[in-house]
Design a protein around this ligand. Structure first.
Ligand code: ZN
Length: 102
């Protein structure tokens, strides 16, 4: 169980999402990295977990247009490519952040 982030900040000019965690960790992940890991059924096969979305098809001027909490366990992002069905649990967000730091 991952604790919710203490803050999520969208840096639109840099296309970076800055995620601050209660343990003091701050992750910065590119929108593309987050968008490409979208866990929704049209981007990822629900059963095999295999990615259906072609990362090359993600627009280069990707912007975050909305962010909404889902209960206390996840956040839902809306992108300027019209996609908004991905629900990212804190756990998913954390692992994307950790990957982004290399
Ligand atoms: Zn999706």
């Amino acid at each position: 169980m991952t604790d919710p982030p203490s803050n999520i900040r969208a840096l639109q000019a840099e296309q970076v999402l800055e995620i601050s965690w209660p343990d003091g960790r701050v992750d910065r992940a590119y929108y593309r990295a987050i968008r490409s890991q979208c866990p929704c059924a049209s981007c990822r096969d629900e059963w095999t977990g295999e990615r259906i979305l072609d990362p090359a098809s993600i627009r280069s001027d990707l912007k975050l247009v909305g962010m909404e909490n889902v209960g206390t366990y996840a956040v839902q992002f809306a992108w300027n490519d019209g996609h908004s069905s991905g629900i990212f649990t804190w756990e998913t967000l954390r692992s994307i952040g950790e990957q982004a730091q290399g």
